[in-house]
Design a protein. Structure first.
Ligand SMILES: [Zn+2]
Length: 459
């Protein structure tokens, strides 16, 4: 019997057959309409308005029976409103925070094959700016809160929803502003946010990713100076060559391999999904094998997960075609492993450059972001629901090489997990790009996944 069950589960996962709870037509329509409404409200930094979107979602929640004081639109700037809503629980246990950003990256009509601000259904996908980043989650959270209210579901602890401004760009970042100005409204035991998601490979579910950690963004300027002179009489010292030689030394340097709880678990679990040398290297690197780390580092993606990276991104120098350069300047952008000191990274760069003539200065100071612990109270329900929905598909802890608003929550002591159950093809990432889209079945699966998961985490 047990063998039969295992076989059945294997067949189910191989065939991509899933056990996602069925969706009734009214709920499907509700989620669709909210999603469409959000996509068609332009929330770009240039001409958009997140207050309009926040007001629209607030109106829906009030109409569904949320008392007015539990649904607030708060705006540090008239165009940069944030929504904070609360479904009251039966105890005073610390709440769960659901976070999604309302703002989207700029999108030009002429770059797209469809209008980015018209919700378009085509070829099995929903198209529009923000469909994946991050209005699917925003729409799903709103739809599910309305469902909970309609069902008279009372969670054990409060469920807070925050839909925010300026995650992508702009001066009124909603997550940071709420943490600083309205901590009481969003204070929570932990948060669910973007930064995770399921990976598909040619339609097959590979894993359900949970973002638990992010690298830290730091930028330095390197500068050299020289007295210069007439280029017909070159001197042995030269600002451009001096800087270039320093950059060449930096190019050859690799920061040491360092794993944390998230990346170690990632490589351990990935080793079971990969094959051959790659699988062996992933299993070995989790236990500190240097040769395995060196082979994996040949992949830019794995290299970025294994160590801090610093890379030259801009270069300028000189002032005339016929003059010796009086100065040269390069920008070096670093992505520092969480928990590593940016001051130490700076010291390492100074010693690798090995030239006191190269001045180094901070362009961006680091905003540290400690990894969120893989707490069983959060991870186990994610694993359970994932296994119920998509038997055999593993949950994969992820460290992002970029940053999201989870940074501000983590720094405020609110552990944050990127989890959506929204699956997309590994080679079809269009967030921030043209023709952004989400597969229609994936959207509704994610709606159901988050409905069940949030309920379980709050019960
Ligand atoms: Zn985003």
């Amino acid at each position: 019997m047990r063998r039969f069950l295992t076989l059945l589960l294997t067949l189910l996962s191989l065939s991509g057959e899933a056990a996602v709870p069925a969706l009734d037509e009214a709920t499907r329509q509700l989620a669709h309409d909210i999603y469409k409404q959000l996509i068609e409200i332009n929330t770009t930094d240039s001409v958009g308005n997140t207050t309009t979107a926040a007001d629209a979602m607030a109106a829906r929640l009030r109409a569904a029976g949320f008392p007015a004081p539990d649904v607030q639109v708060l705006a540090p700037n008239p165009r940069k409103g944030n929504l904070v809503a609360r479904l009251r629980g039966s105890t005073s246990e610390k709440p769960i925070l659901l976070l999604a950003h309302l703002d989207v990256v700029e999108a030009k009509r002429e770059d797209w094959s469809v209008d980015p601000f018209t919700f378009t259904e085509k070829d099995g996908y929903y198209y529009g700016r923000g469909t994946s980043d991050d209005k699917a989650m925003a729409a799903i959270f709103v739809a599910n809160l309305i469902r909970y209210k309609q069902e008279h579901f009372v969670p054990r602890r409060d469920i807070i929803l925050a839909l925010t401004a300026d995650e992508e760009t702009g001066n009124f970042n909603g997550a940071s502003w709420l943490v600083n100005e309205h901590r009481d409204l969003i204070d929570a035991a932990f948060a669910l946010n973007e930064g995770g998601g399921g990976r598909l490979q040619e339609g097959r579910r590979v894993y359900n990713g949970v973002g638990a950690s992010e690298k830290v963004y730091v930028t330095f300027a390197l500068e050299t100076h020289n007295k210069g002179g007439h280029s017909s009489v070159p001197r042995p010292d030269n600002a451009i060559y001096e800087l270039a030689n320093g950059l060449t030394r930096l190019e050859k340097y690799q920061f040491p391999v360092k794993l944390n709880e998230v990346t170690r678990t990632y490589f351990e679990r990935m080793s079971k999904l990969e094959e051959g040398q790659s699988a062996a290297d992933m299993a070995a690197v989790a236990h500190g094998d240097a040769d395995a780390a060196a082979r994996l580092s040949q992949s830019p993606v794995y290299n970025a997960l294994l160590r801090t990276t610093c890379v030259a991104t801009r270069l300028e120098g000189g002032h005339a075609d016929n003059a010796l350069p009086q100065s040269a300047r390069a920008i070096v952008n670093c992505r520092v492993l969480p928990g590593e000191s940016a001051d130490e990274v700076r010291n390492t760069i100074v010693s690798v450059l090995n030239d006191p003539g190269i001045e180094i200065s901070w362009v961006d100071k680091p905003k540290p972001s400690a990894p969120s612990p893989l707490d069983p109270a959060v991870m186990r329900p994610i694993e359970e629901v994932t296994n119920e929905f998509w038997p055999g598909v593993p949950v994969m802890p992820l460290m992002a090489t970029g940053a999201s608003d989870s940074l501000y929550l983590r720094n405020a002591g609110i552990p944050s997990y990127g989890v959506s159950g929204l699956f997309s093809e590994v080679n079809d990432s269009r967030a921030h790009g043209r023709d952004e889209r989400v597969s229609i079945p994936s959207f509704y699966d994610s709606l159901q996944f988050l409905y069940v998961l949030v309920k379980r985490l709050a019960s």
